[in-house]
Design a protein around this ligand. Sequence first.
Ligand code: SF4
Ligand code: SF4
Length: 285
Amino acid sequence: MTQLTIDGHSVSVPDGATILHACQAMGVDTPPLCYLETLAPVNVCRLCVVELEGSRTLVPACSRRVEPEMVVKTDTERVRLSRRMVLEFLASSVDLSLTSAEVQGYIKRYGAHLERFGPQAATVAQPPKLDNELYIRDYSRCILCYKCVEACGTEAQNTFAIAVAGRGFGAHISTEFSAPLPDSACVYCGNCIGVCPTGALMFKSEYDMREAGTWDESSQTQTDTICPYCGVGCTLDLHVQDNRIVKVTSPLDHDVTSGHLCIKGRFGWQFVQNRPDRGGAGGDS
Ligand code: SF4
Ligand code: SF4
């Protein structure tokens, strides 16, 4: 075990743990934006930075491993200023309106003024890419957290259909040679959608309902079931609105899927509701 001090309190965590793990063990809420427990930390958003005694710069809690006798401060004015600025910079160029309640909470907590840089600030605004029937890509909402690239690559799918292309402000997520998704290596597992924290990647079903003004998360229920397709037995969370499945996810803490699915589990549910003779609520085919 390694002993360190966080916000004046002593804590011991297993060797090799990160500062974020130690904070979580103490119940200290350190805001990880590009971090997900099922993916290796990529350390790009800089929102979880903390002060470390003896370090000239703030350090990222998600990837910095604990060392004996470290003294960490997670809620100083310097930390709060840095987190506020990261959120304000992001909001100056990216549409954050569909980010999770957690991220909206960070914006409030750090008093981020989303209009701070005004309408002259450069943005990544662009029309959404609608090139297939399963999911859409709206990179005007992309914060470049790399989670989709990780999920498509070595962390889950090993398909490598997408990567970060370009440099500096022009850096963006892209298929090879910017090909439309149907012409890319994508196998439509939807694992990138499952990890995207901003709504940049979205089920087409959700997108269409949002466009029609009928998407209502508050009226949706979630039901756990087992995928009917193969013998692996992945747990599916069916998101249901008005007696129709509107999207499917899998729990992050599921020891088979870690939140990841294949195309069948993720998207192969329309048969439930498209045939009235199967007892569905639909009848649209
Ligand atoms: S759907 Fe799957 S294969 Fe396609 S880009 Fe996303 S993670 Fe990669
Ligand atoms: S598309 Fe989503 S998951 Fe991928 S980098 Fe952008 S915000 Fe992150």
